[in-house]
Design a protein around this ligand. Structure first.
Ligand code: NAD
Length: 249
């Protein structure tokens, strides 16, 4: 398998390249700066030409939303399946991803950790079993993360809102701000080199339930993204989810 890795000099890109090398996956690194860790390297502007000359089985993208949607155009032009791990897309960018998925297979996930798929299922189950309980979500990431709350936190909040009557997201609290029914407290921490922690707390009826996931290294995300790339190769155009990859074991 040959995988194009965009953002190859970034935190996630470097980890994907390392793991791909361990797995014997060939890589084409796309980076604005030089990277020595791939079989082939190119500048982002040269990606369309490189993909035309040297077809790849999938692209794995961990960059920024604006760059990600541009890389997706090159995938559409060359029929390359795209795995997108980048987070923080706005509505217009999401619409571009939707359009691209009419032409090529696209798998976008805010979190490629298998444990987070289990966390999502457990959070849905807890929310369903504990109606009326207060729900608070806390997430912690390294101090270089751009978007807040994290894409994973947003996915968890969507799942809670689909299952409970709580729909008002309250981001942090300050001053006189007593809790009201229907709130979901959202707390974001940015510190040090934390790879990603998400905790959902349910409290009521004199009891507290907390469900927590902690990524212990970036390798967990890189492994999921490479698994997704192998799974996506050869599929029809459309949008796929990481839960489909995990369930298809
Ligand atoms: P990073 O800042 O370390 O790396 C980003 C990379 O993108 C860098 O190499 C940078 O040069 C490149 N880049 C930025 N703008 C570009 C442009 N205009 N053209 C080409 N390349 C450009 O960030 P990171 O920690 O590697 O995270 C990247 C993204 O992945 C973030 O959105 C983050 O939230 C997300 N992420 C997702 C998961 C997941 O499991 N889905 C896990 C970790 C991180």
């Amino acid at each position: 398998m040959t995988v194009v890795v965009t953002g190859a000099s970034g935190r996630m890109g470097r980890t994907v390249l390392d793991l791909a090398a361990e797995r014997g996956v060939k890589t084409i690194a796309v980076s604005r700066s030089e990277t020595a860790d791939a079989d082939t390297a190119c500048h982002p502007e040269d990606l369309p030409a490189v993909l035309s000359e040297q077809p790849a089985d999938a692209l794995v993208d961990f960059t920024v939303p604006a760059a990600s949607v541009e890389f997706l155009e090159a995938c559409v032009d060359t029929g390359t399946p795209a795995v997108i791990g980048t987070t923080g897309f706005d509505e217009a960018e999401l619409a571009r991803i939707d359009r691209a998925s009419e032409r090529i297979p696209v798998l976008r996930a805010a979190n490629f950790a298998r444990g987070v798929q289990a966390l999502l299922a457990l959070v849905r189950e807890a929310a369903d079993s504990l109606p009326g309980y207060d729900v608070e979500l806390t997430e912690t990431h390294h101090n270089g993360k751009r978007d807040a709350p994290s894409g994973t936190a947003t996915t968890l909040l969507d799942a809670i809102e689909e299952t409970t009557d709580a729909t008002e997201r309250v981001h942090g609290r300050e001053g006189r701000q007593p809790r009201s029914d229907g709130e979901i407290g959202v707390h974001v921490r940015r510190a040090g080199s934390v790879h990603g922690e998400h905790e959902v707390l349910f409290a009521g009826n004199d009891e507290v339930l907390t469900l927590t996931h902690r990524a212990e290294s970036r390798r967990v995300f890189a492994a999921g993204a490479l698994d997704a790339a192998a799974w996506l190769h050869g599929r029809d155009a459309g949008q796929y989810t990481f839960s489909e990859v995990v369930e298809d074991r």
